[in-house]
Write a protein that binds this ligand. Structure first.
Ligand code: NAD
Length: 477
């Protein structure tokens, strides 16, 4: 027997279409639960509930301080469930328990950060000369649709939801079919925090079914999507037909540049988390490392030692790195590793599945990677590091910028002038100097190029969820 879970639609827990969606433990490959499968009718119901909530003024007429407190209460309720959420999250994603806790704590932090800012959303007054008063007001779009990926389901749901609610939008969240269970605790937290019915619906369904119904829905006012370029393109196409704005947080193939004066211990730590956190299934993973020729061999040796030192296993095996999310994702990553070797990259370590049930891939390092190789251009979304070597600084920047993506980039040097020069020339929305993932909920995050547009995190994210209305008054005197 497996547990069956329901969707949260308009303040009510509801079942979906037969058959339900099966949820697998990626560390064993076994199904351990099912969840209601939302179809177009469930999406209609959630959007209608959100529209009714918006029109009722339940969120918009509220004093901002109260709306902020409401958003913070969701975070408090989620924090009160931290152990439970982390356990379910680690089961459905396979991520180590410590990583699951970090994710839930990160989710809680979003509700705190954005809740605190509800009172700061102000317009401006614009001088028009005698006889006029003019000012702007910031208004929510109304119904915000949010489509979430499987790699950080709790944190990504919290990221969009907290900012959208703070701005006064009613939200419909479509959770990922591979990891839908942990986000249900956010629905529980919303319910416990006493939000008006329809302010938040959280539903799971397949992308081609519930996701497509939501992104093409005529009564949605705005879409925030986090996921692959391919799906983002389908969603933008649907949004073009209903003429609504989108925010696209897509993939990446992000590079770090290590200069001869890099602190190699700091670099090791950044490689550890940059490419092996969440088994490399991170949009902003350090999937490329561009190293000066003078330190190349030493950096490759250190990366090999690091990769080989990681214990790979299930969450209850106290592992450093878990499995990949699915058989399909592991097949794809292994295939890219084979292709890298065929194209001439040197396999330093890893590259193969583990002899263990579940979707494990060894922590992998490639050296002698050239910019035109498939492994240099394609997002693996797995624990695979590609190392390049460079001679002069311009070449390093050229290699770093030579992909379609531009999510994040990193620079490792003790020379701040060199770091700043690189930061200016790197094509990426976020630059890390001497620490991969430096930053937090407070720092704006989003892509250049095919990594997408719009910013999540930081104050910038609030602008995704607000539109400006100008009010011009002619006084007559
Ligand atoms: P995906 O694009 O396959 O799926 C993401 C979501 O879109 C899922 O909820 C899915 O059900 C839904 N979906 C699929 N087809 C759809 C359709 N036709 N219409 C509407 N919705 C649809 O991505 P994924 O495999 O879940 O996630 C991995 C990708 O996400 C990677 O490329 C990664 O880089 C990216 N990602 C980006 C960020 C970021 O902030 N930039 C964060 C996490 C993941």
């Amino acid at each position: 027997m497996t547990d069956h879970h329901l969707n949260y639609v308009g303040g009510v827990w509801t079942d979906g279409l037969p058959p339900p969606i099966e949820v697998e433990d990626p560390a064993t490959g076994q199904v351990f639960a099912t969840i209601a499968r939302a179809g177009p009718a469930d999406i209609d119901q959630a959007v209608a509930a959100a529209r009714a909530c918006h029109l009722s003024g339940a969120l918009t007429a509220m004093r901002p301080v109260e709306r902020g407190r409401m958003v913070r209460r969701i975070g408090d309720e989620l924090a009160a469930r931290l152990d439970q959420v982390a356990a379910v999250l680690s089961r459905e994603t396979g991520k180590p328990k410590v990583e699951a806790r970090i994710e839930v704590e990160g989710a809680v932090r979003y509700f705190e950060y954005y809740g605190n800012q509800a009172e700061t959303l102000e317009g401006r007054s614009i001088p028009l000369g005698d006889g006029y008063y003019d000012f702007t007001v910031l208004e929510p779009y109304g119904v915000s649709a949010q489509i979430i990926p499987w790699n950080y389901p709790v944190e990504m749901t919290a990221r969009s939801l907290s900012a959208a609610l703070t701005a006064g939008n009613a939200c419909v969240v479509k959770t990922p079919e591979l990891t839908p269970l942990s986000s249900l605790f956010i629905a529980e937290a919303v319910q416990a925090a006493g939000l008006p019915a329809g302010a938040v619906s959280i539903l799971c369904g397949y992308g081609h079914e519930a996701g497509a119904a939501l992104s093409s829905h005529p009564d949605v006012d705005q879409i925030v999507f986090t996921g692959s370029v391919e799906t983002g393109t389908a969603i933008m196409t649907a949004a073009a037909k209903t003429v609504i704005p989108t925010v696209m947080e897509l993939g990446g193939k992000s590079a770090a540049i290590a200069y001869p004066d890099a602190d190699l211990a700091a670099l090791d730590e950044s490689v550890r988390w940059g490419i092996y956190f969440n088994a490399g299934q991170v949009c902003s993973a350090m999937s490329r490392l561009i190293v000066h020729r003078s330190i190349h061999d030493e950096v490759v040796d250190r990366a090999r030692t690091l990769a080989q030192s990681l214990r790979v296993g299930a969450p209850d095996e106290d592992a450093d790195m878990g499995p990949m999310i699915s058989e399909k994702q592991r097949e794809r990553a292994e295939g890219l590793c084979r292709q890298a070797q065929q194209e001439g990259a040197s396999l330093v370590t890893g590259g193969h599945r583990l002899n263990h049930p579940g979707w494990f891939l060894e922590p992998t390092v490639f050296a002698n990677v050239a910019p035109e190789m498939t492994i240099a251009q394609t997002e693996v979304f797995g624990p695979v590091l590609s190392v390049f070597s460079f001679e002069d600084e311009a070449e390093a920047i050229r290699i770093a910028n030579a992909t379609d993506y531009g999510l994040v980039a990193g620079v490792f040097t003790r020379d701040l002038d060199r770091a700043m020069a690189a930061a200016r020339h790197l094509k990426a929305g976020q630059i890390f100097v001497n620490e991969w993932y430096a930053g937090g909920v407070e720092t704006p995050f989003g892509g250049y190029g095919k990594s997408g547009f719009g910013r999540e995190k930081g104050r910038e994210a609030l602008w995704n969820y607000l539109q400006t209305k100008n009010i011009a008054i002619r006084t007559g005197r």
